[in-house]
Design a protein around this ligand. Sequence first.
Ligand code: GLU
Length: 284
Amino acid sequence: MVPNTPPGCVTRFAPSPTGLLHLGHAHAALFAHRAARQAGGRFLLRIEDIDTTRSRPAFAEALVEDLSWLGLDWDGVPRIQSGHFPQYRRTLDTLAGSGLLYPCFCTRGDIAAAVAAQHGTPAHLYPGTCRKLPRSQAEARIAAGLPYALRLDVARAAALTGPLGFTDLLHGPRRCTPEAQGDVVLARKDIPASYHLCVTHDDAAQGVTLVTRGADLLEATDVHRLLQALMGWPEPLYAHHALIAGPDGKRLAKRDQAPTLRALRESGVSAAEVRAMAGFGGCP
Ligand code: GLU
């Protein structure tokens, strides 16, 4: 199930410490580990804890322990994203310097109302309200202390880079359509960064050459390729694996109370059995 991977490739597992790991995480971690080790490459661990409202140090400690119990070893010390906000700021400054970011003051309610008023705008797409805001008005709102996010002007960015694509070892060659996701947030109102920004920055900073993750993030990769092209960062290979499903056939998720690795372990299930349940029988 793990495809052939290039010799010496560098992969990573990048969980967010917002809960205990479940079998879906075990699958993702084992997949990334196997992808690196079968090719004599390196496997890295990254703790994606920029969401300081939801992340907990206790979950970060627990995931390190659970992964070790599962039999996984990683190269070097784990990277902790919350220690790198100044680096993410520098990337934002570079993009802002190219005129690709704009402040967005919209609340969720504002966005829902604007989407409802604009027939034909898909509900998940930002309707572009603040992109059209005159600069003087935006500056006045910032001076007045209104909270704002920073959004990427995706159409302008895509016009700069031209067409983009990537190679996925499981899905084949893909053409990117980042505009399908609208002007994504690169810095949140409450947190001076976002998932798209940090994950792409760190994959480049850590020299990740093969990004493995769940197929639910295939579309996110279109945005990441755009950021890589804008910043001059290397293009990694990708492998978006299938998500493992629970007994009801639905993907496992923390919010559905999927059994955690810890609960399985405490109920007497062995690490080898958990690896097999996560689709990786035998040695890690
Ligand atoms: N922190 C992200 C998650 O837990 C990582 C996704 C990725 O590998 O890009 O979903």
